[in-house]
Design a protein around this ligand. Structure first.
Ligand code: KIV
Ligand code: ZN
Length: 500
């Protein structure tokens, strides 16, 4: 029999508790609509007693969202419970989530209360909440650091008072997967009425184990997980929704007959929305949704992925809403990936030409972190020129500064010889062009000179376009390089070659 894992999304509550992540009421509504589209079962929309803004957000989301359960958080205090019930009154499927810490450290320092007082508070609060809302979830906060016997007692009591879900928080992200597994297993074995409730897990990521702990909880019998998009949340964050959903989907061998109702194709879009609304940039190496999650740079990987995608990809990027895996061309890329990309850009070359471009590409990739399509077009266009180059650029040296006369020494391959000439000029480019004029012996007048960045970033190639007047004719030339002086020389030579 198939078993569903209820996805309880707390991006709007615990996620919003992340320092600096506060969202406006309109943003919360926009995100709630997307979370419903993503297929989350429960949306924890906020903590109504915390502020009028939170109240309004929960109330509005409760009145707008029809499919997902809308949940409001409350402490075990009458005011909190009444306020949460009011905020939820328009919800088609309301849930109230009440919480109370059960660990010794919280009892001693936070509450200064004994266990029996906590038990009485939990009992009264659950009973009251149950009268105001049909669906109650109870969280013994800091459960993973609580005394087991006391924890079992609290869970048994709140279930007896009508809690339908008991959520086990690893509030401080202290647990590790085996521990989480045995805690959930122990709860199943030791709480007599546990079959009347769904067990849930709520894991924080202080030690980077939130998703792993949540998954262990599922393997031990939890049937609900609390999570947030991109894993945002208090301190190091919560278990990330996309990681849990994709582990369950990808590792069917371990998560046999287990499924979630997440429409995984909406994952990427939701992640982007959360990132843009909160201003929290998704790290490039973040699992599932990071920029590099489906990008391959190493030549060996690229070659294999182009032959058979799953040699290096365990998930299909389309399944998370990313159009396709990305072959990032950089210094580790191989000839195969380059040829494929050139083909995609409309350049079909012989193997010999590809080899020539590949050599130039490697030199460029050493200078730049990433080689973009426009960089490749520039390289490819150089090779498609029908012109036989009479004079070719070899190198340039230039001295320039605020208080000195600029000078340039240019070396060319001209008439099958390597020749060098130097000149001074009004600026380094003028000096360079004068040196070339000396070598080639052609009188050329510079009509126009344009420099633009071919791609983005400080390491982008500069593309220089020049127009020269030679005798009575106007000729055009272009040249690209990460060094603007080199690009300038190449553009000038490109134009000269058309006339020599
Ligand atoms: O981390 C936590 O314990 C919580 C509770 C409110 C469930 O967020
Ligand atoms: Zn939490």
């Amino acid at each position: 029999m198939k078993e569903k894992i209820i996805i309880f999304d707390t991006t709007l509550r615990d996620g919003e508790q992340a320092p600096g992540a506060s969202l406006t009421f309109e943003q919360k509504l926009e995100l709630a609509i997307q979370l419903e589209r993503l297929g989350v079962d429960v949306i924890e929309a906020g903590f109504p007693v915390a502020s009028p803004g939170d109240f309004k957000a929960v109330e509005t989301i409760a009145g707008s969202i029809k499919k997902s359960i809308i949940c409001g958080l409350a402490r075990c205090l009458s005011k909190d419970i009444e306020t949460a019930a009011k905020a939820l009154h328009k919800a088609r499927n309301p849930r109230m989530h009440i919480f109370l810490a059960t660990s010794k450290i919280h009892l001693k320092y936070k509450f200064r209360k004994a266990e029996d007082e906590i038990l009485a508070l939990a009992t009264r609060a659950t009973r009251k909440a149950r009268k105001l809302c049909p669906d109650i979830e109870f969280s013994p906060e800091d459960a993973t650091r609580s005394d087991r016997k006391f924890l079992f007692k609290v869970i048994e009591t709140v279930i007896a008072q009508g809690a339908k879900t008991v959520n086990i928080p690893d509030t401080v992200g202290y647990s590790y997967p085996q521990e989480m597994y045995s805690l959930i297993a122990d709860i199943r074995d030791n709480v007599p009425n546990i079959n009347k409730a769904v067990i849930s897990v709520h894991c924080h990521d202080d030690l980077g184990l939130a998703a792993a702990n949540s998954l262990s909880g599922i393997l031990a019998g939890a049937r609900q997980v609390h999570c947030t998009v991109n894993g945002i949340g208090e301190r190091a964050g919560n278990a990330s929704l996309e990681e849990i959903a994709m582990v369950v989907k990808t590792r069917k061998d371990s998560f046999k007959n287990i499924f979630t109702s997440i429409n995984t194709k909406e994952i990427f879009r939701t992640s982007r929305l959360v990132s843009s609304l909160t201003g929290f940039v998704v790290p490039p190496n973040k699992a599932i949704v990071g920029k590099n999650a489906f990008a391959h740079e190493s030549g060996i990987h690229q070659d294999a992925v182009l032959k058979k995608r799953n040699t290096y990809e365990i998930m299909n990027p389309k399944d998370v809403g990313i159009d396709k895996s990305q072959i990032v061309l950089g210094k580790h890329s191989g000839r195969h990936a380059l040829a494929k990309r050139l083909e995609k850009l409309g350049f079909i070359f012989s193997d010999k030409k590809v080899n020539t471009i590949f050599k130039k590409f490697k030199i460029l990739a050493d200078k730049k972190k990433e080689v973009f399509d426009d960089d490749l077009i520039a390289l490819a266009e150089e090779e498609t020129k029908p012109l036989e180059k009479k004079c070719e650029f070899v190198s340039i040296k230039s001295i320039t500064g605020t208080d000195i006369v600029p000078e340039a020494a240019v070396t060319l391959r001209y008439k099958n010889k390597v020749v060098t000439a130097s000149s001074s000029g009004d600026g380094p480019i003028d000096a360079c062009y004068r040196a070339i004029d000396k070598l080639v012996g052609v009188k050329a007048k510079l009509i126009s000179y344009k420099l633009e960045a071919l791609t983005i970033g400080k390491d982008a190639q500069g593309l220089v376009r020049v127009e020269l007047k030679i005798n009575k004719d106007n000729v055009f030339g272009r040249g690209a390089s990460t060094d603007v002086l080199e690009a300038s020389a190449k553009a000038y030579l490109d134009a000269l070659n058309k006339k020599i």
